[in-house]
Design a binder for this molecule. Structure first.
Ligand code: 5GP
Length: 121
């Protein structure tokens, strides 16, 4: 799948639409999810044009990859959810219902999150 530069996170990166930013570095931006599914729900995205976790894992540089996971750890510590625990989710592709085709990691925390997944009936 080729990268679609009109996706909503690309527009956030270009400053065309606003976000509630929580972290920014050379390769990474993080902001609050517009529809939070937990007391803390942050989206962490690379600034590079990667469609999904698969695309990022195959093509991102070591610096981008390292900075991405360091950002997750820093954000989780800074917002106070690291000690109690949190969940990372990255939906990739059709079976995972990925809505926005720019790689992103959801950080969810701040309360017990229940079972990892509910299988459709
Ligand atoms: P996905 O299903 O692709 O893993 O998740 C996409 C996420 O992006 C959803 O949790 C949705 O609430 C969030 N989202 C969609 N549009 C916007 C937006 O314009 N701003 C922000 N901050 N989050 C968005």
């Amino acid at each position: 799948m080729s990268y679609d530069p009109s996706n909503i996170f690309a527009r956030i990166l270009r400053g065309e639409i606003p976000c509630k930013k929580v972290f920014e570095s050379e390769h990474v931006l993080a902001f609050h999810d517009i529809g939070p599914k937990a007391p803390h729900h942050i989206l962490v995205i690379p600034k590079g044009a990667y469609v999904s976790a698969q695309d990022f894992g195959e093509k991102a540089s070591a610096a981008e990859t390292q900075e991405f996971f360091q950002a997750i750890a820093k954000i989780s510590a800074d917002i106070g959810i690291a000690a109690g625990g949190y969940r990372l989710i990255s939906n990739a592709g059709e079976n995972a219902n990925q809505e926005v085709p720019h790689f992103h990691m959801h950080i969810l925390g701040g309360a017990p999150l229940g079972p990892m997944i509910c299988r459709p009936a």
